[in-house]
Design a protein around this ligand. Sequence first.
Ligand code: PLP
Ligand code: COI
Length: 358
Amino acid sequence: MDIAYLLKPKSQRRKEQLKPTQPLPFGQLRTDHMFLIDYEDGEWQNARIVPYEPFTISPGAIALHYGQALFEGAKAFMHPDNEIYTFRIDKNAKRLNKSAEILCMPSIDEKLQIQAIHALIDVDRLWFPIQNGASLYIRPFMFATEDSLGVHPSKSYRYAIILSPSGPYYPEGFTKPIRLLITKKFHRAVSGGTGESKAAGNYAASLRAGEFAKQFGASQVLYLDAQNKYIEEAGAMNHYHIEKDGTVVIPEFTDTVLRSITSESIIELQNSLGLKVIQKRVALDEFIGKIKSKEIIEAGGFGTAAVVSPVGEYVFEDNSILTVGDGSIGAYSRKIYEYYTGLQTGKIAAPNGWLKKV
Ligand code: PLP
Ligand code: COI
């Protein structure tokens, strides 16, 4: 694919490597440029890298009314050789197309997506943040642009990529376990819906539950299935727990759970980690019983932004608290975090093809 480079004048671009003096927040900073490509007349056209700035959209665009929009989330890391590498970016490109299929949007060639992501990072490489635990967060997204008030799939779309030099999703990073709210009041997804996709609307629908969770001092809701029987996932990460023999359990992927690339990676790394990692339906009652009897000793979340986020306690609507182990970060979670981040940052050898040099 030919990409047009319509860049900012050099004098207006970042001139030296970003070295933040304060801990970087997640998702706030932007880089100088973004990538855009438009879908018109049945094909993707006009690939370009342009300055990061607002763009115009018709007030009647389908994305604004009916939410036909999706996104992806990936990261790039700097290795000891001072080169920038994207992590498992092919998996994100593939999952974007899966989401597109679920939302009746056009697919976009995976190679083209990867080329575009790499081209943009290359242009803005001085924005890679040199700070422990920070990375370059990659946010590809697609939305419906047709100006039409009929409820039907749009005929035109825009696919865009923006970059955000970011620190950990939870401000405490890996230092402080989080609290999750277990409630039967809100649900993230139902079978036959869009739960398996990264539809923008899934996240809009999670906001009310997230605000509710905050009232209980919790970071997010741990969603249950529509029958309130099984644990599914949290709003921005998959869930895991670890049994006392070290077995890591991730709830089975169904059409109501996002196939986390982090979870899939931990499953693939189980031999190197020396831990058994399995997936199964996790019944809530059994889960609670096993935490109380200390058969479950650790729990947490897996995700690109969340990385490995240990859960110290669960809170319920009656304000009762269920502490996991002694409430601190467990040795198994620490091992997974260290191995996984070591591999992303090039300190530990990664399986072939996981890291691509920009
Ligand atoms: N579940 C949800 C709902 C998410 O938004 C995310 C984040 O992308 C995840 C799980 C974790 O997926 P991944 O590890 O691919 O980032
Ligand atoms: C990610 O982990 O990349 C996500 O997309 C989660 C997001 C809601 C912050």
